[in-house]
Write a protein that binds this ligand. Structure first.
Ligand SMILES: [Zn+2]
Ligand SMILES: [Zn+2]
Length: 290
């Protein structure tokens, strides 16, 4: 499938700690690919506080009294200015969406709530990168864990995703099955995801009743996992339960990865019975035909 007219609604620029490029570079790449929309969705790890340098802010210029300076909000404000400038320029058919990716909003709800009400944000992805009280799934050593421990971790993950969906102050659920990027992708441990089917079904019904959607995150296709997050069987389950709102994102952390895997992601959506995908403006879905 051609990338022309498709969307990439999950990307990070240099204002994410693990991102590299200027937002203009991401937008340029999206234009070259002929995408219909690109959302720049820098991280807001609501529960994680870092030094200003972590966000690319010179500490000599940071106000030590401004406690917010040390969390993701100031960071988000840093990406706001360039995105606003870019929006003023002509990008032809390409729509620019200013988004944000919440990490574990319920682990610092006050921080999340500040941004939920920020009218400058078009679009919010709700993600869970760590279970409450535990490190990011990225840091865990799964080869030192028993099957039972991994099972407990995943049970907790899906239950906490469900709680986040019941809270519901976001537009799209980010990369459901994120822990598999490491458990199965990096460590090669296979997991029968249908063990968690009951909770996953509750996640989907909660999202659907709140008019929220899921994304097909394609980053797993070009890293170790070799699958989207979630994969086709869960996308199909979402559709069968009545899901209508679906987005696609590469989770690119560099301009060169914008659009990566998006064609395969769109094909999965199509194969599962979706005839459109959605990007967001002012938290409202805008549907794009597949
Ligand atoms: Zn994420
Ligand atoms: Zn991301």
């Amino acid at each position: 499938m051609d990338l022309k007219g498709l969307i990439d609604c999950h990307t990070h620029c240099r204002f994410s700690p693990d991102g590299q490029d200027e937002p203009s570079k991401l937008v340029e790449k999206a234009e070259q690919l002929g995408l219909k929309a690109i959302a720049v969705t820098d991280h807001c790890e609501c529960n994680t506080w870092f030094e200003p340098e972590y966000y690319g802010i010179d500490s000599s210029k940071a106000d030590p009294d401004d406690i917010v300076m040390y969390n993701c909000k100031s960071f988000h404000d840093s990406s706001l200015q360039p995105m606003n400038e870019l929006k003023k320029q002509d990008h032809g058919e390409l729509v620019l969406v200013h988004g944000i990716e919440f990490g574990q909003p319920l682990q610092a709800e006050n921080i999340a709530n500040e941004l939920v009400n920020d009218k400058r944000i078009d679009f919010i992805i709700g993600s869970l990168h760590n279970n409450s009280g535990k490190p990011d799934f990225y840091y865990l050593e799964y080869d030192k864990m028993s099957f039972q421990q991994i099972d407990t971790l995943l049970k907790e993950y899906f239950e906490q995703v469900l709680e986040m969906c019941i809270w519901g102050k976001f537009d799209i659920l980010g990369h459901l099955t994120y822990p598999l990027r490491y458990i199965s992708g990096k460590y090669g441990i296979s997991v029968d995801i249908l063990r968690y089917r009951k909770t996953i079904e509750k996640i989907f019904t909660t999202l659907i009743s709140n008019n929220k959607g899921i994304e097909i995150n394609t980053s797993g296709l070009y890293t170790d996992l070799k699958k989207t997050m979630p994969d086709a069987q869960l996308v199909k389950l979402y559709k069968d339960i009545g899901g209508e709102i679906i987005s696609i994102g590469s989770d690119a952390h560099r301009a060169e990865d914008v659009g990566r895997g998006i064609a395969q992601g769109a094909q999965i959506a199509k194969d599962c019975g979706f005839d459109h995908v959605a990007y967001f403006k002012n938290h409202e879905p805008v549907f794009v035909n597949l």
